[in-house]
Design a protein around this ligand. Sequence first.
Ligand SMILES: [Zn+2]
Length: 419
Amino acid sequence: MMINNKLNKFSFGIGDRFAHQAKAQLAAIQKAEEQGVDITPVWNKSFREHTIIKSKPIQTRAAADKAVKELNWQNSYFLDADHINLNTVDHFIDCCDFFTLDVADYIGKSAPENEIEDFVSKQTKYIGKLTPKGTSKTFEITRVLLHHIAKDYLFAVKEAGKIYRHIFQKKQNPNIMIEVSMDETDAPQTPIELLFILAALANEQIPLQTIAPKFSGRFNKGVDYVYDIDQFRQEFEEDLAIIQFAVSEFNLPENLKLSVHSGSDKFSIYPVINAALKKFNAGVHIKTAGTTWLEELIGLAEAGGSGLTMAKEIYTKAYDKYEALCAPYASVIDIDMSQLPSPDEVEAWDGKKYAESLRHDQSNPNYNPHLRQLLHVGYKIAVDLGDKYLDALVENEKVISKNVTENIYERHIKPIFID
Ligand SMILES: [Zn+2]
């Protein structure tokens, strides 16, 4: 068996909730290839999404394989079992080849004191000052700090080790990509925390390809970044420097890179990421959320007729079920209800007004981030429409796929990887 367990320098995670847009998504990656930029597509879907949609990973696999065949994609591509843990991983073992081990829930749980002491004593050579190459920042590392970090993170890292060994044993295939995610938690990880998390992951002998820390600021679903962009720049660059340092210190895979769980559409920090990657000659994995589903709605609205009627119906029902739809996503959305148009208002809209209100174009006065976030979490409404919704996707494929491809290429890939 050929072993290819190295992820490309650039990779891009795409979500396709209803498994109908893989081809249009891949077309955007192909456009980058035409510009000389190689990006590996990774179709990601979490257990939460599968549960709400009542879908199975095998459907994502079928859709991805079909798109790859139809577009004659010759390069690698992966299916990401996104945010799995020991309770959910088995649903994904057969169909996935990229696993995001989510250990955020274990952060703060303490490993036994002797394990903490053992870890700390192995890191004592780092006590003192550290200025990672490429930064001007000097970090002060003390024994107390090391002990704190071990107490907060060692247990979580050991859990990642357990999940990895479970996958490896079941999968019996070395060609899998492993990411560890710690982003779905309250406090961001500092670069020094990241350093010793990586040291602990190396001890677990996880062939880590990507690591997703939590960065400062709000990464709400489908809307732009909220916080201090300069602070993000500093933190992102320090993380890149720390990863390069950790790779050589701890003998981690040399192509180890950051994974940004962007929640999609972090337009104001894309140029910052682009510049930092160039500065450090670093790779990155950008994971986006299932915003492709919003392009389906935009396409339906633009199609007019029954498509527009359905798009309006979905908004009305989402508006009525606001609380139930938002609850599972409470920590990653910020909706001001007073800014939501009433269903009656939307009923009077034409397709252009609907599309412009939903499409994430901040220069368009019709753009409404509150409506966008509500519809983003409103995919359950389309699930309930069943075949009626899926048939509409097929019927309006042309206008939808144009929006899907354009959104991924113009608004994401270009500013991050090309410009
Ligand atoms: Zn995440």
